[in-house]
Design a protein around this ligand. Sequence first.
Ligand SMILES: [Zn+2]
Length: 476
Amino acid sequence: MDSDNQFVAQEVNGGIRTIAETLERLIFSQKILGSLLGAGLVRPCHVFHVDLDEIEEVDHLVDVFRPAHRKHKRLAPVCHVIVCPDCTLLPRPPPLLTQSAEQSVTVSPTSPSKPTTQQPPVFCVELKPKQGFLSMGHQHCPFCLNQFLKRKHGKIQLLSQYCPLDLFSGSRMRMLKAIIALTRTPQNNLRIFQDGNLVFAEECQSNLMAVLQQWFQVDDTSDRTLLLKHFCTLVMDALTMEICDGTDASLDQTVDDVKEAKESQEDWNRLIKEERSDHSLPCLPPQARIRKTGPTIATSLPSRSVLCRLLRVQSLGDVDFGRLYDAYDALVCRFRDGSVPYETMRWTHPHTGTVDWLLSQEKTTNQTMDDVRLVQRYRISSTTRDCSIMIAFQRLANDSVKDTTEFSFAGSEHLPILRDLSGQRYKCHASVVDLDPKPVTCVEKHRRRNQAMNEAFWLSNSSSSHSLTNRLPPKV
Ligand SMILES: [Zn+2]
């Protein structure tokens, strides 16, 4: 709950979010990020009124579910809530439409969103993929650098096997490597839910094979890696499937999909054995680089896939950090002396809060407006570098649809159908969640964190027995 109003004293309201701030938050996630990512990936949310005593009661009820490190969190005492759909489940089916003898349409009661016991379970994979590109002049991605800082602060014992650049590379082998790595060191980057309940995460890792057995129902026990293969390939296929909702024209790009051969048993043996032993080595950028309007992004991902869409928006933050910090410092001075109203940074601003203005490459003659655009683009990028992808899957009975069907109807949209390695079909749906706007002060926060991450990296690697003579240092 970061209320971003510290520059303008009269707006401070005890740190409690006003209804205007809540609506701004909703406009940011639904209107701005909905346009940039594609509305199909951002499920609709609504604001409702609640009474203060109801908030208190909910706060009390959810307290038992809070993990230890979030026990200090409290719900703000306000009279409004944002209600979001449960993205661990598939979109709610529409009211059943049946035609009567008079050809009029009748509507049956809405089906419950939770699957009934007759339906196969819905498994949902939550991925927090983090920044999928190397910042200008850097050799390590922030996720890998941050591992050293987290270990220094005692937040983790093991450095992650995962590097986001592998997941976003678009190369099948590298993506599989990334997903396998997440199953080994999930941290807060991988969770699995079954019918809305958490069944695999950092804190319950031993469940993985039992969960996958429930999911894929594999009878063949001769290949102990089969469940992992099923899981990794299905998740990879979902992350790279084309999502055609026709709403992402603003950042449209054409990418030649790289089709690679399917993995052989030797490939799998190598992937499963592979361990990342030396974290001081630079992260590996993807091979392909594409450029159209907007930032250059390095990937061979299908252009309409959830990962490519996310990477394009993340790339709005691929900026010269010196220029960004100068812009931020100049703006802070202007907010404080009152020469620029803080309202300029609101996502509800009629001019600077529009997607067209934010994406425009046109240089203005007004340095302040260029600074505003740079910082706002960085803020948008920051949200998408910290959000989660939720992909829900539900097994289809073999005789429930004809073999040629590629979509299943749910809500106002068609759900794509993916097959696992054995040909079993699943309805699936991807959404992006945790799309809260970052405060303007995130620029300052990240400046300090980048410095701390670099120091932790050097501290760790200069004290290790490794020779660093041939290693390129990370640049700040
Ligand atoms: Zn990395």
